[in-house]
Design a protein around this ligand. Structure first.
Ligand code: FES
Length: 271
């Protein structure tokens, strides 16, 4: 976190007065040192690179809308080139389990990746997959869980299991070739786990990461699982970056004024 904070410094600026005495603030474009890194791989990427004719059908949300909004590989102060922080080699919390609904898929965007979270009742576990149908790119999070517990796309009804395999294409002739078994009809699945009552995901669908939980686990906080402690977990999407939130949390002087009337606070001395 510290490294991340250092890496996300605000742009430098100059403060001057105009001829009419009005303040003028000039921002200067920062020159962060980072290098773009290939986006997390999925089996589909291999497929569509091999078959240009299918590129549109296999393009994923990450391709069309997930240009990383943050630089993915900062070199932070004190680090050398060989010690770059790899944003795509960490666990990320998605949602407290208590906030998830097993009856319907849910969308979430993390690190610029559009995800669909859903409960696979056949395997008895949560699934985290690309939120893009391989057919016409509809968001799978807008879909539904069908009567067999599969994730069904809301657009043309393709159905997927928890491994990302397409199990049913309603429009395909019954006596025709089993087109649903094509790799190009699959959805990329991200490694995930539940720890401390939170659903975590690993932002890389490369098969070598499939069992990443056995090698590296998310940070564990024993007090969260200890019933003698009180806890309350919520998830809210806030329309700003984490660095703004952290700066805000480190600034208690604002609390009495910015949260006036909406929080129970000790009285401030009258001055
Ligand atoms: S876009 Fe999903 S089934 Fe057509």
């Amino acid at each position: 976190m510290e490294g991340a904070l250092r890496a996300s410094a605000y742009p430098p600026f100059h403060f001057t007065l105009s001829s009419k005495g009005l303040p003028i603030i000039q921002f200067h474009k920062p020159h962060p040192q980072f290098s773009a890194k290939p986006f997390p791989q999925s089996p589909l990427r291999t497929t569509h690179s091999k078959n240009a004719g299918f590129t549109i059908c296999t393009a994923k949300s990450t391709d069309i809308s997930a240009e990383p909004e943050i630089p993915v590989d900062f070199v932070t102060e004190g680090q050398t080139q060989g010690e770059r922080f790899d944003w795509y080699a960490e666990w990320y919390p998605l949602m407290p389990i208590c906030d998830l609904d097993k009856r319907r898929p849910q969308g979430k965007r993390v690190l610029g990746i559009d995800l669909v979270l859903w409960w696979d009742r056949n395997m008895g576990e949560w699934k985290v997959m690309d939120d893009t149908c391989p057919h016409r790119l509809a968001p799978l999070s807008e879909g539904r869980i069908d009567q067999w517990g599969r994730l069904q796309c809301v657009y043309h009804g393709w159905c997927f299991d928890g491994s990302g395999d397409c199990k049913f294409i309603p429009q395909a002739p019954r006596d025709g070739p089993p087109v649903h078994t094509s790799k190009r009809a699959c959805v990329a699945v991200y490694p995930n786990c539940v720890q401390n009552g939170i659903l975590w995901f690993w932002p890389n669908t490369d098969p070598v990461c499939k069992d990443i939980f056995m090698k590296k686990k998310p940070p564990y906080i024993p007090e969260i699982d200890d019933p003698s402690y009180t806890k309350s977990m919520i998830a809210r999407d806030l329309p700003y970056g984490y660095e703004v939130l952290i700066e805000n949390l480190m600034d208690p002087a604002h609390v009495h004024y910015a949260h006036h009337g909406i929080m129970r606070l000790p009285k401030t001395p009258n001055r």
